[in-house]
Design a protein around this ligand. Structure first.
Ligand SMILES: [Zn+2]
Length: 166
């Protein structure tokens, strides 16, 4: 690996938390480039097409869960070219904290094939009500915008992947 790439990876650690987010419309992801740090706006419908950075042409990767809200939820489901796994969670929920790193792992393993979105059910009651979320964590898999499968409780990444047939 050339030294320039190693340096870029080291620098990335500082921005990891904000590396990827949905934009305000819910139609695009804002992805920080690992190479040069530029923020690239990538429409959700183009995620599968191996997008590259507009400035340095390095591959853009989405290997973390993205945050979704009542405002962006519908657009995310409508626009995503790949299945979306939504984690309904809340900050006070212990099992939710347990699955957070498992979802990080899954997002990394499934990059380009699955979007993992986290919805804080305390702050976004409308979507939680609409899907009848009564216990958290609840994970709902959407394919083509439609609910395909629902999982409840704490699970490890391999168990989630196996249950969802990923
Ligand atoms: Zn770049």
């Amino acid at each position: 690996m050339p030294p320039s790439v190693r340096r870029a990876r080291g620098r990335d650690k500082g921005v990891k938390m904000n590396a990827t987010r949905l934009d305000a419309t819910g139609r695009s992801l804002e992805i920080s480039c690992r190479g040069c740090g530029s923020v690239n706006r990538v429409p959700l419908g183009r995620l599968q097409q191996k997008p590259v950075c507009g400035r340095c042409h390095q591959r853009l990767v989405v290997d973390h869960p993205v945050e979704v809200t009542d405002q962006t939820f519908d657009a995310l489901l409508r626009e995503s070219a790949v299945p979306v796994l939504v984690d309904f969670w809340a900050p006070w929920c212990g099992p939710c904290r347990m699955i957070a790193p498992e979802l990080e792992k899954l997002a990394s393993e499934q990059q380009g094939r699955l979007v993992i979105a986290k919805l804080n059910s305390d702050e976004n009651p409308r979507t939680s009500e609409r899907y009848g979320i009564r216990a958290i964590p609840t994970m709902v898999l959407f394919r083509g915008g439609q609910e395909a499968q629902r999982l409840q409780g704490a699970m490890r990444a391999p168990q989630i992947a196996a249950t969802l047939g990923l």
